[in-house]
Structures are given as C-alpha cells and as structure tokens.
Design a protein. Sequence first.
Length: 430
Amino acid sequence: MLKKIKAGQLKGVDACMQLLDETGLGEPGKPPPADAVDSRPFAILRTFQAFHASWFPVKDLVRHEADALTTNVYDSNEMGYHLTFNLFAANARYSQIVTGRKSFRGVRYRLQEATNFLDGEGDGVYLKFNARKWGLGSKENPGGTWEPKLVEFGKLVGITPMKGGENRLRFREDKASAIREIEASKSLGAGILGTASYVLLTTTQVPKKKSDGGLSMHRSWSKAIFADLLCRNLPVVRKEDGADFVRPQSAISFRRSESCMQCHASTDSLAASIRNVMETWSAPRQEGVFITRILVPYKVEAPIETRSSDSDADFHRRPAQGRLFFRTYKGELYDRKVTGIDQVGHALADTDDLYLCAAKRYFGFMTGIDVALGDFSSGPLTETDPLSMRYRNFVIEQGLKLRQHQSLKRLIRGILESRFYAQSDYGAAP
C-alpha cells in the first residue's frame, strides 16, 4: 500500500479508508489464531475502541468493598463498544448510539482462562471465581444463587451484540414484594444512555434509594450525558432560563436559588426520565457470597405528578416524564418533553449538538486540536482569534454533515481531506 502511495497510484486518504474497511468486528465463538491477534485490523480495532472509551471518563464501578466484583459483571468499556461497532458495522447510522435497543460485549483473546476476580476485597485478596456462590435476594428473603456471565478480559478482537436472557436472575426486594425475573445486563434502551454499565457508573444515588423527585434522583447520569455526548459542561442554560424552575417555598435549598437552578433545571428535568429504575445489590452485604450492583426496574403504577414535590414516595412508579433542556450551540433554547429513556435518545438524535460533539472528538483525536463547544451566542469568538474561528467553523461544518449522512467513516474522510489535517504546525494559519 505504501509503495502505491509513493508511486502516485493510491491517494493517502483512500489508503486510510481502505484500512478502515479491512477492519472487522470479529466473529463470536471463533477466536483468531494467536499469530493474528496483533495483526493490523485488530490493532486498528483496539485503537479506535481506546479512543471511544476515552469519551466516558468515569470508570470505577465499585462503590463499596462488598460489591468490588461488580467490575467482573459489568464492563466500563461498554459505552465505547457502541461507538466502535457503529464505526465498523455495515450501514450503521450514528443516531443509533442513542436510539439502539441492544448493547454490546467485547470479544477478547487470552492465552488462558481467567481464574481470579479483577478487583480485590477489602483485605486485598483477589478471590478465585469458584471461591463462593453468587447470592441473590434480601436478608429476610434469600433468593438462592446464580451464575452471571462475566466480562471477558484480554486483547480485544471483536464486538458483538448482547444476547437476550444474559445474566437473568430472580430478585425479591423485601417480604412484601413478589419474586421477579430481572436481566441484569439488559439495556434500558436508547443506546449508550440505557446501558446498565453507564447508569451504574454515573449514578450517585444511595443503593436501595428510589427516585423521589427531590434530593434522590439520577442527576449525575444527566450531567454525564451532557458532558460525554454533547461535550458540554454545566450549566447548559443561561441563568434566566432556570428562573421558572425556582420554588421559593421548597424545603430543598437549591430549589430556592436561581443560580443553583441554572444547573438543576437541566439535570433534574432529564433525570426524571429514568426515575423507574433503582440501584441495589444482588444480595445482602454479608459473608459467604459474591454480590454485585444491579438495576431494578419498576412498573408504572401511579399517575403523573401534577406539581413538583420535595419528596414523592410514588415518584419512581409514575410515568417517567422529563425534559431535555439546554441551549444549543446557536444559543437557541432546546426544550423537549420526553417520557422514558427512549424518547431522550430520539430527542438527542434530533439535535445538531450530538453530531457536533462527535466531530469535535474526532477532530481532536486526528489533529490534536481541541475545539470547545457551547452556547456560542453568549460568548462568541471574535475576528481577533481567526485561527480558532476556522477550527470551530470546520467542526460545526463536519458535525452538520454527520447529522445528514450519519457515517463515522465519512466524518473521518472529511477530516483527512481537510487542510487542517495536512498541517504540520497547528499554531499557524492554514
């Protein structure tokens, strides 16, 4: 290939795209031979997976010593798999990263089967897989044991959709509750947004604490979505936008403050759309069994609330009505009512900002140039900074094109063909 490029028989851009086309997603159940594991296609696959995983900085699934083994049940790379699969799968549309119904597993090559858990317990001992049983149920109602499908470790050689029924368990919350079947690894929907790993990584709610519409909500999940997929840090609206959300009579201090509600107007409104799930443990925190963090879904069995409340005991059983509320890169107020996580995903897919964030990340990865995204109308760059203006305008252009053609490979090609990629000195005007 290099000889053809030097001979003028092949353009460098076309050669790069050929390399991407040669990279596949592996074949589940058919591990490659040992001498192929480090071949160019697999090296490219791992390079892009590492890049995509970097979009999601929160990696630690362990909240307490007793649930240290959560790392072996859920994969902190799972969100990156969505993006890598989207890049290399035939006919994939970028919007599927927030609208898809399934999640993905990494297929990995190892010289020998793992025998010990990745994280040690409080005493620093790395237990063997067969040292104990995996417990289920509550202290009052033990539910027996189960055998979860564990995360693979080793060199990535493929990505595959999760199968239905993986990690199915029988769970009873308390004495008054019926036994339910739960699929611990099943996606809640909306692509990356609803992967069990993403919710468990980003939520900061206390385990066994249900959403109540007040202090207890999955607002850290909301914050992560703005940062990870829109490339935006809070606040994402202007101070005056949060004024209608202020509740002077509320017992919750931040609801009485216009400055606080500048952030909470966006995070709390979005968190309401995932109110129907609670984080808990698969079994009581006790000696003698393995446990993991899991998500427990709740059925809608109560009417929608008619007003905001500081603490609503039925909030987690009401329709998951929320809002996607932020200022776009143009400064326009995007205020979309959503019910449930699937509608959140479709609302995000209908924004330019989702695609601009992808363009920003790929542009930075390929050139080293970081372009900040935000409400440009509130603090625009001026002509005194023409170089940054050129970078920003190019990212906007490529993001808007991505929304139209929906192809990450075409986004890559657009960057490769740009004058910016050809520069050797990014501090100089092209």
